[in-house]
Design a protein. Structure first.
Length: 103
């Protein structure tokens, strides 16, 4: 229930502040990664404790850090792409990069 409330609050605050809809897919992707990692933790506990299949439970237990790391990588790539577009898209962006590298 809190996930639904946080999404609706984020949509309301984004609309009120005039933000574009570009940030919403990233937030949804992060929410999806959190849901998937939580589900895999529950599945790992189910396999390990309830079914008694400890090997499969340990294997599934390795999924959440992988899912979260992949989500973090994709978010970082999106941020770097936006940064590159903003720096190279502005008139003095390339000159400021050259000055930073030269100094």
């Amino acid at each position: 229930m809190t996930l639904l409330q946080s999404e609706s609050e984020a949509t309301e605050t984004g609309a009120a502040s005039g933000e574009s809809g570009e940030q919403q897919p990233e937030t949804r992707g992060a929410d999806l990664a959190l849901i998937a990692s939580a589900a895999s933790v529950l599945l790992a506990w189910h396999q390990f404790y309830l079914k008694g299949n400890k090997t499969r439970g340990l294997f599934i237990g390795l999924w959440p850090p992988t899912i979260l790391a992949f989500s973090s990588y994709l978010n970082q790539r999106a941020i770097l792409d936006k940064l590159d577009q903003s720096l190279l898209g502005s008139a003095g962006g390339l000159d400021s990069i050259r000055r930073l590298l030269g100094e």
